[in-house]
Ligand binder design. Sequence first.
Ligand SMILES: [Zn+2]
Ligand SMILES: [Zn+2]
Length: 120
Amino acid sequence: MESRSEIRLSSNADECLLCRAERVTAWHYEDDECWVADCLVCATPMIVWRTHGLPEAEIERRLIDQLGRAAAARYGDGGYWIDAERRRIPDHWHAHARPEGGFFDPKSALYTKWGRSASR
Ligand SMILES: [Zn+2]
Ligand SMILES: [Zn+2]
């Protein structure tokens, strides 16, 4: 079930993976502002703002809250950490919730112990 399709870095909204919002993984939540789904790469819950760009701090806090609810359902209260660093798609706001002490969800093919980076 692992997809080998390339995820390209792009600044073009037309080609933006997050704008396309394809339902290739399980979705946990959606509303007019955002959606939460398992990340294709990490298999952890990831929240995506529907707008291509970066939100103001107030909106960002609200989005992180929403992600926290999905993360608590998966990993339990306090069993996760919020990773707001955008590595692949820096110009479209999204954030991951990752399991405590880990980076990938255990069901991800890339799952390794914290500190050992997966070699693609
Ligand atoms: Zn990810
Ligand atoms: Zn986008």
